[in-house]
Write a new protein. Sequence first.
Length: 362
Amino acid sequence: MSSFFWRSLVVLVLLLAAGPGRAQTVNVDAATRYWEMTDALRQDKPLTDAAWQDFLEIPGNKIYVRGIYSAADLVRYRKAIEVVYMPRHDSLRQAKLAAKVWYYLMVNDYKEREPEYRTYVASLTQNSVAVDLMYQYAYQQLPPANRTKVAKLNLYYVALGNDATSQQEGIFYSLRAVLDANEVKRGLLEGHEMYHQLQPGREFGSIAPDDEGLLQILVSMQNEGIADQIDKPLTMAQPGDPHGIRDWALTPAPVFIQRMDSAIQARARGGTAATIRWYRRLSNGSNGHLPGFFMSSAIVRNGYNKPMLARSDNPFAFVLLYQKAAKKDKTPLPRFSDTSIRYLKELKRKYIQRQLSMSNYQ
């Protein structure tokens, strides 16, 4: 199809059925520009620095890339795009694919499945089914008060990477991540990210520097753990667990909990507080999916999903519910020590109950 046709699909505004004044934008500019850029590469026309920087500055790409790729990552990613799409580099492309170099595998997927990705983009601009499914799946893991609509929802679809992220500016989806999730059930990944728009979490006010690392990882564990119940169980249930969820999100979780418990105990006894950087390394950069999914799964499995959702803005309640579920579970699960639980309850009084008291006073 002509570039004019795809440019005409760049931004489409749809009215939500939820009521007047509620609207969303579906922005596919980053995807269409990617296909224009790679069309030129297919003709062996080199990618200039200016063209690459212009591509990265497209709003969808700029915000999506912001929290995922470093400058060095982007250099490697650009090289992979040039090698995969330019005919002159085909022998090198074959060698990189044979060696299973990740960026080359991912870019080659975008090249081979381009017709599929283009069809999906066209479907987004033709109806609101995807948006309806986002809400439907998100509502499953939200308390009734949060089953609302986003007043000004901005959705961005990009042809980079293999991830999705919910930010203040909107939700950013890579086409690869979405279509892989759609092979399980359409809308699962999108519903996960919609959850984060509808449950942004509690504001704790001023946080003591020594509490920042622990509080941040607790919030991340709860946010991702609850949202993971939308898509991870169905995805993991596929024959052979093709996405490897058990390996990266479940198997390492007991070690995380044990080491986290040790860090909290040390802090409770007056030791140095663990930093958010330490917790992120411990979480393998998963931003709380590890061990959040493991913990939420134990909570759900033991019948505590309803109270988990009712307190979904309270990360201390999430840990306490996990502790309760771990005691009840049929298989031995790692638990937090009494020392750690007492310390977490102190932080709960400091940041939750104090905040409630101030709110009532006002």
